[in-house]
Design a protein around this ligand. Structure first.
Ligand code: CTP
Length: 419
């Protein structure tokens, strides 16, 4: 995607370096257009290095290429971060006395704006009127977040974190979000009923493969992401069969109390396979979130293994690939979502592994989950790259597992609507 990132004169400009980097890492062609004021915070050299493209601010540079129009017309997406109160006013008025202003008038691409300013400026009637004007024109406003501000005050006005802006912008560009509204900050997804009457089969948790009556081979999956998916879907109107292997304490509490969620428990991969095959037989959408053990002990001991019998040898055999089986038996019109937990040293590697796995599994969507220290397993937050059937990156979501869940369902809804 050709992305124009407009940077305006606020201290949060330093965070936009991370935003540009994340977009470049995801394979996008990024052109940074700073205002003259923005360059007082972060200079041209940094923007050029991080975007890997030349940076100009004036409409008089590169005139032969008609750069002031070319940037706007080439853009698939425009992100303004940070957007100062002054920038919002200029955008609302259509002022075009610098390259960013001209680009904004020349573009028909979706525009995502992340405001950053002092609370008093944000709450001022002039700023609020400008925001309303921009929203009415279909501009997507992300944030601002509430929290400590430069100068020691606290309140709404902080720029939303770069990862969240990237996730929101990618959703906007993918058409997952309707004009003027960005899910994570502007609307409560639970108000929607876009999964009304849709039947879902969702698996979660980690399987436990018995060694003997008291021991097992297991993994560190907490079951939180699958439980969040089930709950989010039920709140959006779906009828959910939630097949749960081992999960952490309390993880299923909210789900079991929801009238549209039916809970089925499974221990081993074999049990999970039976339960998911049953649930999938009548489901419109299947999501395999469970961490399934790839191997099981060939012949678990009926008796507890004892030390006096010596060090045990565990012969392992491969478990069936449940997801592959579900894809092979897919009902007409059924949408299948897989999850892949990956460790990778870079986003490129994560995407590459994800794309290979999506093709191998034959799923409509693969949610690629970076696991490692403090992220993924056993943590409340998650980061997920959503890959579509044509290997497109549909969304890059970082946040609470509930936010990731809603982003997955947004993508499923869009896919099933053919958009
Ligand atoms: N899965 C499955 N049955 C298995 C293993 C995995 O249904 N025996 C499903 C998972 O629920 C997930 C997807 O396949 O939706 C990817 O799981 P993952 O463990 O990332 O992939 P594997 O196929 O096990 O590949 P590898 O471990 O080599 O990365």
């Amino acid at each position: 995607m050709f992305v124009v990132v407009g940077v305006t004169g606020g201290i949060a400009a330093y965070k936009t370096v991370h935003l540009v980097r994340a977009l470049v890492t995801n394979g996008h062609e990024v052109h940074v257009v700073p205002t003259a004021d923005a360059l007082r915070f972060v200079g041209t050299t940094t923007w050029e290095a991080v975007s890997r493209n030349p940076v100009t601010t004036s409409v008089h540079d590169d005139v032969a290429q008609v750069r002031h129009v070319a940037l706007g017309t080439s853009a698939d997406l425009v992100v303004i971060a940070p957007a100062t109160a002054n920038t919002l006013a200029r955008m609302a008025a259509g002022i075009a006395d610098d390259l960013l202003g001209v680009t904004l008038l020349a573009t028909t691409a979706p525009v995502v704006v992340a405001p950053a300013m002092h609370t008093a400026m944000w709450e001022h009637a002039a700023t609020q009127a400008n925001i309303a004007t921009l929203r009415a024109r279909g501009v997507h406003i992300v944030g601002p977040a509430d929290g400590p501000l430069t100068g020691g005050d606290s309140g709404p006005g902080r720029m939303v974190e770069p990862d969240e802006i990237v996730a929101a912008a990618l959703q906007v560009a993918a058409g997952v979000v309707a004009g003027g509204v960005v899910r994570s900050t502007d609307t409560d997804a639970s108000d929607r009923a876009d999964l009304d009457g849709v039947r879902l089969a969702v698996s979660t948790g980690g399987t436990r493969e018995p060694i003997d009556p008291v021991r097992y081979l297991g993994n560190r999956s907490s079951g939180r992401q699958g439980a969040a998916l089930a709950l989010a879907a039920a709140e959006r109107g779906a009828e959910v069969a939630l097949v749960a292997a081992h999960v952490d304490d309390g993880v299923l509490d909210a789900a079991v109390n929801h009238p549209r969620i039916t809970l089925v428990r499974a221990g081993s991969a074999a049990e999970l396979e039976t339960a998911m095959t049953d649930a999938a037989a009548t489901a419109d959408v299947v999501a395999m979130v469970a961490a399934v053990a790839d191997y099981r002990v060939a012949s678990p001991s009926a008796e507890k293994l004892r030390k006096e019998d010596g060090i045990p040898r565990l012969d392992l055999v491969e478990n069936p690939d449940i997801l592959a089986g579900l894809v092979a038996r897919r009902r007409a019109g059924q949408t299948i979502v897989g999850f892949a937990a990956e460790t990778a040293s870079s986003d490129e590697e994560l995407l590459e592994r994800g794309r290979r796995k999506r093709a191998r599994k034959g799923v409509d969507l693969l949610a690629v989950n970076a696991v490692g220290e403090g992220i993924g397993f056993e943590s409340a937050d998650n980061r997920v790259l959503l890959l579509g059937a044509d290997d497109a990156l549909v969304a890059d979501v970082a946040g609470a597992k509930r936010e990731v869940a809603d982003a997955v369902w947004d993508a499923v809804v869009a896919l099933r609507a053919g958009t």
